[in-house]
Design a protein around this ligand. Structure first.
Ligand code: SAM
Length: 225
């Protein structure tokens, strides 16, 4: 509904101003990407009125859409450029993939892997409805092993907490590429930026604490019985 859209648009604008003033949004590019993607289209219908509160929200199957400040911070650190091929591990709602798509389009693309089939379908529907399926492909599987058929990647974004950097992801990163990943235990992590230099050396930087749902898979945490 048009009236609804205007209410959401204004709420989104207030959120963006807040994220700018707190220093999470630093660049015009990320600001514009977050302005363009309607987060309310990526949350369950009954939670739409909370879409522009800066907090994670449940999306079913015990998983969450990340808080907007975390999406902003990770996207700034990832720094996707137009034309890049990006791998996201943990599609969830598809929202973060859509924000990244805004930064790599029109010639780049995002491959996002989700281990829970029902969420992969949720992400696909959200991306189709908002038109981001032009640049984003959703795959079902264990993304801790990356997605070899489309490798190598300019950028890799992991949106679940890992015990360490999965070797497969490092392998699938291009020289000169960058990986953003929360590393820690099942509940608390630190945000790491890992860069592979042109001559293949690995550099890492730490960017403060965060709390993601665990990366569950062969190169992540074991599934709990
Ligand atoms: N990026 C998402 C968004 O914009 O809504 C939020 C992701 S949510 C915090 C983390 C997601 O990672 C969950 O949907 C979870 O099922 C998924 N996940 C966990 N381990 C995974 C794995 N090994 N491969 C792919 N997805 C995984």
């Amino acid at each position: 509904m048009v009236e609804d859209d205007e209410v959401f648009r204004r709420a989104r604008e207030r959120l963006i101003e807040r994220l700018k003033s707190l220093g999470y949004i630093r660049s015009k590019r990320v600001e514009e990407a977050m302005r363009r993607v309607p987060r309310h289209e990526f949350v369950p219908r009954e939670l739409r009125d909370r879409a522009y509160v800066d907090s994670p929200l449940p999306i079913g199957k015990g998983q969450t859409i990340s808080a907007p400040h975390m999406v902003a911070l990770m996207t700034e650190l990832l720094d996707p450029r137009p034309g890049d091929k990006v791998l996201e591990v943990g599609a969830g709602s598809g929202y973060h993939a859509a924000v990244v798509a805004e930064l790599v389009k029109p010639d780049g693309k995002v491959i996002t892997v989700e281990r829970i089939p029902e969420l992969a379908e949720f992400a696909r529907e959200n991306l189709r409805r908002t038109g981001y399926d032009r640049w984003v492909e959703v795959k079902v599987g264990d993304g801790s092993k990356g997605y070899p058929p489309e490798a190598p990647y300019d950028r890799i974004l992991v949106t679940a907490g890992a015990p360490d950097v999965p070797p497969s992801l490092l392998e699938q990163l291009k020289p000169g590429g960058r990986l953003v990943i929360p590393v820690g235990d099942r509940h608390m992590q630190e945000l790491w930026v890992v860069e592979k230099t042109k001559d293949g050396r690995i550099r890492r930087e730490r960017h403060g604490g965060c709390a993601f749902v665990p990366l569950v898979g062969e190169e992540g945490f074991p599934e709990r019985g």
